[in-house]
Design a protein around this ligand. Structure first.
Ligand SMILES: CC[C@H](C(=O)O)C(=O)SCCNC(=O)CCNC(=O)[C@H](O)C(C)(C)COP(=O)(O)OP(=O)(O)OC[C@H]1O[C@@H](n2cnc3c(N)ncnc32)[C@H](O)[C@@H]1OP(=O)(O)O
Length: 311
């Protein structure tokens, strides 16, 4: 298996500018589907742009933690076609963020995401268009999960359908009180198609995944913690002034894992990613390669010089 995120630096350093390079990068970085699979990214992008609405906004903070915000409040942050394209573009930006360490994904208006925009879904309900959208979103969410950033979905309100799938493309999920993650696909006569089933099995195991998909179960924060879908629950927000917002709480929660130099944090994500996705021999070789990028590096030499103790 090709682990694209780990190989990107090779692509970047050996390529020159120009349209061909950009096209090649876009096709190969997609990881799961390319022209070999009859997938034409540019064609699908054009089709999706015909269903506009909302936006995906990216804020890269000096702390090295970026915030990606789903912004389509009149539709409970459902994914319009143009938001799918936006997401792909924001992921490209993050792939090129050398100083990045962490990522928080949230929705505006105290809710996460109600899945695909049903107006767009109705318009492309034929199998051919459905397949194209599915391949586009699988590519984007695979690249999102493979970013060398430690990512967390901040779930407030509802994460439904494709919104639930999006949470599985993050390393962690934090649930606000009263929030729900629900794979409603069965009720829509569907199964997940954005890679959500494959990822869910890896997060909660096949027994729990079968229950969640087969029963379209509403996962609240308690159940989420019990089965390992949630990694933390935010405290109920006090109305008093000075209490942290959910985003501040998520930022604090994540910062314990992103504290340190970017190359080291990125290396941590890369070795875990390769362990998670690759057969053991390949994961070990990748680990060796990643180890080589930090051994004798500035952070390593500084730690050696300071004779640090780990009491
Ligand atoms: C299944 C797989 C597929 C994929 O993977 O691609 C999908 O994701 S399909 C989408 C699955 N999601 C849904 O079916 C959600 C349907 N909506 C609801 O269940 C409710 O709207 C809910 C629970 C999100 C919110 O209920 P509430 O009573 O609090 O509010 P409203 O229903 O009045 O919703 C407000 C406003 O938002 C519009 N809305 C909500 N979700 C969507 C959506 N996914 N697509 C388009 N529009 C959506 C809703 O129609 C209301 O609009 P209004 O103009 O005020 O009627």
């Amino acid at each position: 298996m090709v682990l694209c995120a780990l190989r990107q630096p090779l692509l970047r350093s050996s390529s020159c500018c120009g349209t061909w390079t950009r096209l090649l990068k876009r096709q190969t970085r997609g990881c799961v589907y390319s022209s070999v699979h009859g997938f034409n990214q540019e064609e699908v992008r054009e089709k999706l742009q015909a269903f506009p609405g909302g936006s995906i906004d990216l804020l890269k903070q000096d702390s090295g933690i970026a915030v990606l915000t789903l912004n389509n409040p009149s539709r409970m942050n459902a994914f319009s076609g143009s938001m799918m394209v936006d997401l792909e573009e924001r992921v490209s930006e993050l792939e090129n963020w050398t100083d990045g360490k962490g990522l928080i994904i949230q929705g505006v208006a105290e809710t996460f995401c109600s899945g695909s925009d049903l107006n767009a879904v109705r318009a492309i309900s034929n199998p051919q268009d459905g397949m194209k959208m599915c391949m586009f979103m699988q590519n984007t969410l695979t690249r999102l999960l493979r970013l060398p950033l430690i990512s967390v979905a901040l779930v407030e309100g509802r994460a439904l359908g494709g919104g639930a799938e999006l949470t599985t493309a993050c390393d962690f999920r934090l649930m606000a009180p009263g929030s729900v993650i629900q794979f409603v696909h069965k009720h829509m006569g569907l199964v997940p198609g954005w890679g959500g089933a494959a990822r869910l099995v890896r997060i909660v195991g096949s027994q729990n995944a079968l229950k969640l998909l087969g029963g379209a179960v509403k996962v609240d924060s308690k159940l989420g913690l019990d089965i390992g879908l949630a990694d933390g629950v935010l405290q109920a927000r006090q109305e008093a002034e000075g209490t942290d917002s959910p985003l501040q709480l998520a930022d604090n929660w994540l910062s314990r894992y992103t504290k340190g130099p970017a190359p080291v944090i990125q290396a941590v994500k890369k070795v875990v990613l390769s362990g998670r996705e690759l057969p053991l021999s390949e994961a070990l070789r990748t680990e060796k390669d990643v180890f080589g990028t930090v051994w004798g590096g500035p952070a390593n030499l500084q730690a050696l010089a300071s004779k640090s103790k780990h009491k």
